[in-house]
Design a protein around this ligand. Sequence first.
Ligand SMILES: [Zn+2]
Length: 111
Amino acid sequence: MRLSYYCKSCNKKNYLKTKATNRFKLQTEVGDEINNRCSHCGTLEKKHINRLFAQPSIFIGLFSLALGMLLTGTIFMFGFIAILSITIPIWIYFDSFKKASNFNKVMISRK
Ligand SMILES: [Zn+2]
């Protein structure tokens, strides 16, 4: 999962990577807050993990697009209807989108 937050001092987006699929898992991994240095201005900032938002991975988006094109090519060769080439990539992308939105929905309770 790719998490993002906006830097307080320069308002640019920062990204963090985690294996956690929800905030509870993230909490056991990093605690209630993360200390992260902004990759744009270098400001060290404490962020509560409720302030981190997951994003569907761009890699998965590109991967599903490539897969779609590959399938379309294959399907043209064999002369089949191109339904699979559209539905499979969309399904893969939405799965990643759903994981991100599930992450964003669940907040941990603040102390
Ligand atoms: Zn910054």
